[in-house]
Design a protein around this ligand. Structure first.
Ligand SMILES: [Zn+2]
Length: 396
């Protein structure tokens, strides 16, 4: 899921390399100050340079990210400079690395769409966050100004970026991709609320409308799938069935609340449902990897009130088969729906989720499996790709 770059495509990105506020305007408004510049001695000449930071850059599709210095540029209307504390790694970034989000023509570009940081500076027009605020960085739009796409300088050339990116020490973010939270809110929770956990809670509650005691099957036990298991427990779903092809996901899925884990590469889903619960169908199926085979093979398990929610995005141009299509007309008529981040509404949902966590109702134990430094980002992405991790956090 995620829109960073897709956003970009549809809205026609423009380059704003140096949109300094004119001096007269600056004095009149007394608000905007440019980012600090540092003086560098190059040869025997002192030159002013933009502030630099370390970032992971997607230079070429299907290649490891480059961790290198990038220059920040001045903030434009509605933009906020955030010092990133922690970023999550989401399946959407794997899609972008593979060029599956139509982003190949925008390389090099930055990545990441869930994180937490501290506001360092704000551009003109920003009113919802202020310097020093702790903010959750999210790809779904919240309230506030929708700014232009930010531009950074990489290898001496302008580099475009989505309206929120998180795989860097600092980030220029559109105001409406930030939500302030109390400073004591744990960084881990904040990062997860930027995408994975919020998407899971929204998908279960607002897309699938899971009712008490409904059966829920969650396909894929990666970071997002495990968040879905957690969210299904909060909705009192029963049974909650977690499906994956890696046996080592069994313990994690069970710890998070799955009543049954099925390794679909070695066991028949139909046999296991019957043997363990005496059922042939389930009420809600949530597919997280966007795998065409998993989609084809699990849709037939929908019950008469079945809702199938596609969370993972298949590759562009890929076809998914609907086996025995007439069964979709059984019961009350079954539904297949693709979700955009579980309809997650950051400005409204984040404060509720933070309160739930504070009250001990929403705990995030066991969701995070690895913590890494930015330099290890490529190894971490490999772990996600091989299904060997749940959520991985990058600590800046
Ligand atoms: Zn995501």
């Amino acid at each position: 899921m995620g829109l960073n770059i897709v956003d970009f495509l549809y809205q026609g990105a423009t380059l704003n390399i140096s949109m300094k506020t004119p001096k007269t305007k600056k004095r009149a408004l007394k608000v905007k100050k440019p980012l600090k510049k540092v003086s560098r001695l190059i040869g025997n000449k002192i030159v002013k340079k933009n502030r630099t930071m370390k970032a992971a850059i997607l230079e070429n599709i299907n290649q490891p990210l480059t961790v290198a210095e990038v220059e920040l540029t001045d903030l434009t209307f509605g933009q906020v400079l955030v010092k990133v504390l922690v970023s999550g790694i989401c399946g959407a970034q794997l899609l972008e690395i593979g060029g599956h989000k139509g982003n190949a023509k925008f390389t090099p570009h930055l990545l990441g769409h869930e994180g937490v940081g501290i506001v360092e500076d704000v551009g003109l027009g920003v009113t919802r966050v202020k310097k020093g605020d702790k903010v959750i960085m999210h790809w779904r739009k919240g309230e506030g100004v929708e700014s232009d796409f930010p531009t950074y300088i990489f290898k001496g050339k302008p580099m475009r970026s989505g309206k929120v990116t998180t795989f860097s020490e600092y980030s220029i973010v559109s105001e409406n991709r930030l939500t302030s939270v109390p400073h004591e809110t744990p960084n881990e929770l904040c990062a997860l609320l930027g995408c994975g956990l919020s998407t899971a809670l929204g998908t279960i509650k607002d897309e699938a409308n899971v009712r008490f005691g409904e059966s829920v099957m969650i396909v894929g036990a990666g970071g997002l799938g495990l968040n879905m298991v957690k969210a299904a427990t909060l909705a009192s779903a029963y049974p909650i069935i977690s499906i994956d092809i890696n046996d080592h996901k069994r313990d994690l899925a069970k710890q998070l609340g799955a009543h049954l884990f099925i390794n679909s590469s070695t066991h028949s889903i139909a046999d296991e449902l019957l043997k363990n619960f005496g059922i042939k169908e389930v009420d809600v199926i949530i597919e997280t990897p966007g795998n065409k085979h998993a989609l084809r093979d699990t849709i037939p398990f929908l019950s008469g009130v079945g809702r199938f929610i596609m969370v993972g995005q298949p590759k562009p141009g890929e076809t998914v088969e609907l086996l025995n299509a007439s069964h979709m007309f059984g019961g009350e008529g079954k539904m297949i729906k693709a979700t955009q981040g579980g309809k997650f509404s950051p400005s409204h949902d984040i404060p509720r989720y933070v309160r739930l966590h504070k009250a001990g109702i929403l705990n995030i134990d066991n969701i995070i499996t690895h913590r890494i430094k930015l330099e290890q980002v490529n190894e971490a992405i490999e772990l996600v790709r091989k299904g060997q991790a749940s959520r991985i956090l990058i600590e800046m």
